[in-house]
Design a protein around this ligand. Sequence first.
Ligand code: THU
Length: 142
Amino acid sequence: MTETRDSLMAAARKAAGGAYAPYSNFHVGAALLLSDGTVVTGANVENASYGLSLCAETVAVSGILAKGERPKLEAVAVTGGAPGAPGEGPQVTPCGRCRQVLNEIAQLGGTDPVVWCDGAEGVLETRLSELLPHAFGPANLG
Ligand code: THU
């Protein structure tokens, strides 16, 4: 598990290097581990119309679902910080919208992924169900 965490976080940190975040200067990377061992990454993509900015987790999830894939999401690693220095500040937990976006793909595949959040004080390990209890998802639409 520690090995998985470290390699997934390394992928997230690498992904943060691709962030387009000229407005916040806060570069975020996310890495999603699927049950077949595939790792899909994303970085935040901001916009001159600030509110249209996309978070790293959302970019990663969109990349999977837009290909028609419906995999089992096993784990998520998130990091962020100043350019070139991911994980060197306070722990980065997924924002509320990203929790909901992650929940969509998790519920589709029937998993409750472990979520690792990078930070200078260490990596926080949690579960999506802990970050978003009583989540509303596809199943709630009946
Ligand atoms: N951000 C993410 O990419 N993911 C999160 O879960 C938290 C916030 C981005 C959005 C914005 O581009 C920057 O971090 C600062 O909020």
